[in-house]
Design a protein around this ligand. Structure first.
Ligand code: NAP
Length: 449
């Protein structure tokens, strides 16, 4: 049984029965049978389906958004924006599909590259963007001629069902995209199944290690989009007001639970005090409450467990000698924590290298640009980063030397359907979105002569 609980109220939304072993077998068999047909479908059929799914997202936007808010607590405003972004991604792949899948001659040779599908792809997905994370895999999967099997996070089974419903109501063949109501202990067996061609996981480092181990044992391709503790570096040349506002947005977006939230603010010593004062005041002013009320910038964390994990990390920060302002647990049945700021956390403490998955920022003072880069890179993760400087030489250094899969210059890091998204080091490997995401699960076939 997979339980959906509203983290704003503690109310149980639904208990979803888990698939039985024969039920799961039937779905995998259906996926394999559907792939045998879909793999040779015309590109126009695939792009027409992607456009139709985008239309379904638009038509059902309110229902989709309400389910995400109810199951994981993001504000309704944010949930609506997520649904709109999903529709845009389906349209991007619909529009670019024919060009992306066309065979490419290799200049100066008689060789051509053809792009062929791989088969049924298993996706293990998190709750934090319950539609967008899935669509980043679902749209290119359909375009590639693959078929998708979704193991969504237990918390957001309602969202998983709606995703399948969107595909079916858009006219997808039976078995092209199926939601599997299963727990994580069923994942390794699926990866080992010869009918599953490859696996993609977005989630925590621990889940990534389990999935990568199973994929390694089966010699299957795996894409991993894991955690991060992104640096947000502010240099003296930056527009301080803009940087402070962006730092707050970057930290508290999605109730502080985005893999690419700005989690570590690394500020040049010359402007550290000014930044710290303004940033702390702005964080303490962030409104928190009912996620359906547009007056609130933040809703609850996704669950009581997530809240307790964050509170334990905040206690660890205090024990390590840091100062915490804000970051307070709000009483009642909801999983609410106020926005907060940690200062004076020893750079060599274990917590300085961990991800805080909630609306609390860590603030570090950097002596100079080299020191800022050293602090930023002194962490196992390498997902996103954001730098605030108008100096072109500084910008070039950051672009060259930050150990991250993505860097935003004078803006908050955000994904777009066109650009590659992903990390290095323990933030994972492989890329989603754009042509890079599409190619991850295709046979890039060399044709000679
Ligand atoms: P999580 O606990 O790792 O769960 C993610 C998914 O993996 C869920 O479907 C979960 O199923 C499943 N899972 C957990 N343990 C597993 C295992 N041992 N074997 C197979 N599957 C397993 O992560 P989360 O708490 O939902 O999400 C937060 C994490 O995701 C953060 O670290 C965040 O930074 C990261 N994230 C990364 C990206 C990115 O693009 N890089 C994007 C978003 C989030 P159950 O729900 O049933 O446990």
């Amino acid at each position: 049984m997979l339980r959906s609980t509203n983290p704003a109220t503690g109310e149980i939304i639904a208990d979803h029965p888990a698939l039985t072993t024969p039920g799961l077998e039937a779905k995998v068999a259906k996926a394999a049978a559907t792939w045998a047909q879909w793999r040779s479908s015309p590109v126009e059929t695939r792009t027409a389906l992607l456009s139709a799914i985008a239309d379904q997202f638009d038509a059902h936007a309110e229902r989709l958004a309400a389910m995400a808010t109810a199951e994981m607590g993001k504000t309704l405003v944010a949930a609506r924006a997520e649904v709109a972004k999903c529709a845009a991604a389906f349209r991007y792949y619909a529009q670019e599909g024919p060009a992306l899948l066309a065979p490419r001659p290799i200049e100066g040779t008689k060789a051509t590259v053809h792009y062929r599908p791989l088969g049924p792809i298993l996706a293990v997905m998190p709750w934090n963007f319950p539609y967008w994370q899935v669509v980043r895999f679902m749209a290119p999967t359909i375009l590639a001629g693959n078929v998708g099997l979704l193991k969504h996070a237990s918390l957001v089974q309602g969202c998983g069902q709606l995703l399948e419903e969107m595909a079916i109501s858009a006219g997808a063949p039976d078995g092209l995209f199926q939601n599997l109501a299963i727990k994580s202990d069923a994942v390794a067996g699926l990866i080992a199944d010869p009918r599953i061609a490859a696996v993609t996981l977005t989630g925590s480092e621990g889940a990534g290690r389990s999935v990568a181990t199973a994929a390694g044992a089966a010699l299957k391709k795996v894409v991993l989009e894991l955690g991060g503790s992104d640096p947000f570096i502010v240099m003296p040349s930056a527009d301080l007001d803009a940087a402070v506002a962006a730092a707050v947005t970057g930290r508290v977006q999605n109730n502080g639970q985005s893999c690419v939230c700005a989690k570590r603010m690394i500020v040049h010593a010359d402007i550290y005090d000014a930044f710290a004062d303004r940033f702390t005041a702005a964080m303490l002013a962030v409104t928190l409450g009912d996620p359906t009320d547009p007056a609130n910038v933040m809703g609850p964390l996704s669950s009581i467990e997530q809240r307790d994990t964050l509170m334990a990390q905040l206690a660890e920060a205090r024990a390590a000698g840091a100062t915490l302002v804000g970051g307070e647990l709000v009483g009642g049945k909801g999983a609410y924590v106020t926005a907060g700021v940690i200062t004076d956390l020893p750079r060599d403490s274990a917590l300085a290298r961990e991800e805080l998955f909630g609306p609390v920022a860590m603030l570090f003072r950097a002596a100079d640009l080299d020191d800022a880069i050293a602090i930023a890179n002194d962490i196992p993760f390498g997902l996103g980063s954001s730098v605030w400087t108008t100096d072109p030489a500084d910008q070039a250094r950051f672009i060259a030397d930050l150990e991250a899969g993505m860097i935003a210059v004078n803006q908050v890091l955000a994904s777009t359907p066109q650009a590659p998204f992903g990390g290095i080091k323990t933030s994972g490997h492989g890329r989603e979105l754009g042509e890079w995401g599409l190619r991850e699960f295709m046979n890039v076939k060399a044709v000679m002569g």
